[in-house]
Each structure stands twice: as C-alpha cells, then as structure tokens.
Write a protein that binds this ligand. Structure first.
Ligand SMILES: CC(C)(COP(=O)(O)OP(=O)(O)OC[C@H]1O[C@@H](n2cnc3c(N)ncnc32)[C@H](O)[C@@H]1O)[C@@H](O)C(=O)NCCC(=O)NCCS
Ligand SMILES: Nc1ncnc2c1ncn2[C@@H]1O[C@H](COP(=O)(O)OP(=O)(O)OP(=O)(O)O)[C@@H](O)[C@H]1O
Length: 202
C-alpha cells in the first residue's frame, strides 16, 4: 500500500514551498490546487457547469476560466462558494485518487489546503501541517497574489482555524523562518517518512 503523507496549511502558509523541497528529493507530489485547475480546463463538464451557472462573463476571451473573477465572486458570497465546492470537490477527489494510484516514489505527498475540511486525510498515513502565524499568512499572500486584505481574510475564514488544524497534525513544519530553514525541516521529515515506509513494508 502506498504510504501517503498529507500536507496541509492555510492559504499562503508555504505548502508549495515545502512540497517543492520534497519534489527535489524525488518524492511525487499530488497537489489539489493543480488538480483543481485540471478539472476546469476548457472542454470539461465542470467548466461548462460554471459557465451555465455564473454566465460567460466568468470565461476569458480564450474560453478559459477567469480565476480572479471567480475568486472575487465566491469569497464574497458563501452560497456561491458552497455551490462551487459541491461541483468541484467530488471531481477533485476522484482525480486525486487516480493520481495517487499512479504515483511510485517511496512515499507520496498529497498537498491540499482543504485536506482536513474535506476529509482527504482518510487517504493519508500521516498529516503534516505547514504552520505560520495568521499575520504572516496574510502578509505573504497579499504580496504573492496582489489581492486586497479583505479578500484574503475572507478566504482564511472559509478554512479551518490555525488551532483546529494544529490539533489534527501528526507533524508540524514551522515556516516562519527562511526557505533554508524550511528545507532543513523537510530533509529531516523525509528521513522519518522513509523509515516509516520501510517499517510498513516489514
Ligand atoms: C476560486 C478559484 C478559481 C481561485 O483561483 P486562484 O488561481 O485565484 O487561486 P488558487 O486556485 O491558486 O487557490 C489559492 C488558495 O485559495 C484557497 N482556496 C481555494 N479554493 C478554496 C475554497 N473553496 N475554500 C477555501 N479556500 C480555498 C486555498 O488556500 C488555495 O491554495 C480556485 O481557487 C478554485 O477553483 N477553488 C475551488 C476549488 C477548491 O476548493 N480548491 C482547493 C483545493 S481542494
Ligand atoms: N520561508 C519563507 N520565507 C519567505 N517567503 C516564503 C517562505 N515560504 C513561502 N514563502 C512565500 O510565501 C508565499 C506563499 O507560499 P506558498 O505559495 O508556498 O503557500 P501555499 O500554502 O502553497 O499557498 P496556497 O494555499 O495559496 O496555495 C509565496 O510567495 C512564497 O514564495
């Protein structure tokens, strides 16, 4: 059975920065944010349903999803967010499971911002939470996305609180320091996960 490590953390906590380090060590990463883009590619049933529900204004001239416009819409209207989640989450889960099945590194990372909210941790042997203070999360996300503070706060409210997430962690990666410090922690965790994989096989 594939040993799956679930990686989660709130928006801007550093999941992608952390999983990039695991990838450098040869570990396959299945990333729910990437899968969420795959299921709304032009021609997919999900993109058609979004265009029917919200109107063609939500598509760009090229017929792709206008992600910025959809982000503004769903994080200012909880009912629209619930509608989108109920459309996309089953499709995302199905594709994640297919990608996990194909993965073949010693263990596999499943990275998902909503890992715990959507019970995806049931497919994981271990849960690693990437943790930073809410202030730093806000600051790094605003800088990365050039989004208004209120929008990032609304996204944070749509996710588990920092405390609730930490309660469900098997391992915690503190990402308040430099990328070098993050890399060091990933290297240590990698050794532990490799040992756990070997132990599982014995
Ligand atoms: C609303 C969309 C189009 C915005 O796209 P955009 O390119 O601006 O952001 P991106 O997809 O990179 O997401 C950025 C971050 O927002 C947060 N986020 C995204 N969707 C959600 C959601 N439904 N609920 C809570 N937080 C979310 C996550 O922390 C995510 O890492 C997009 O996030 C989306 O399709 N969301 C619904 C699918 C989903 O739930 N994805 C999360 C992975 S399961
Ligand atoms: N240790 C660090 N020091 C400085 N900047 C960092 C550090 N870790 C991450 N960042 C930066 O913070 C921002 C958020 O990090 P990242 O994109 O990895 O978060 P994420 O958890 O994947 O976010 P999302 O949930 O939106 O996908 C990025 O611009 C990234 O380059």
């Amino acid at each position: 059975m594939t040993y799956v490590v679930g990686v989660t953390g709130g928006i801007g906590s550093g999941k992608s920065a952390a999983t990039a380090e695991f990838e450098k060590l040869g570990i396959t990463v299945v990333d729910a944010d990437i899968v969420a883009r795959q299921v709304v590619m032009p021609g997919t049933p999900c993109l058609r349903a979004i265009a029917e529900h919200f109107g063609r204004d939500l598509l760009t001239d090229k017929g792709e999803l206008d992600r910025k416009a959809l982000r503004q819409k769903i994080f200012s209207d909880p009912a629209e967010k619930d509608w989108l989640n109920s459309l996309l989450h089953p499709a995302i889960r199905e594709e994640i499971l297919a990608q996990l099945e194909q993965a073949c590194s010693p263990y596999v990372i499943l990275s998902a911002p909503l890992l715990l909210e959507n019970n995806l941790d049931k497919y994981c042997q271990r849960v690693l939470v990437v943790d930073v203070s809410e202030e730093l999360q806000l600051q790094r996300t605003i800088r990365r996305d050039e989004s208004p503070k209120e929008e990032v706060e609304a996204i944070m409210k749509a996710q588990l609180s920092r405390d609730a997430r930490l309660l469900k962690a098997d391992d915690i990666l503190n990402n308040e320091g430099s990328i070098g410090e993050l890399r060091q922690q990933v290297n240590q965790l990698h050794q532990r996960y490799l040992s756990a994989t070997v132990a599982q096989e014995e």
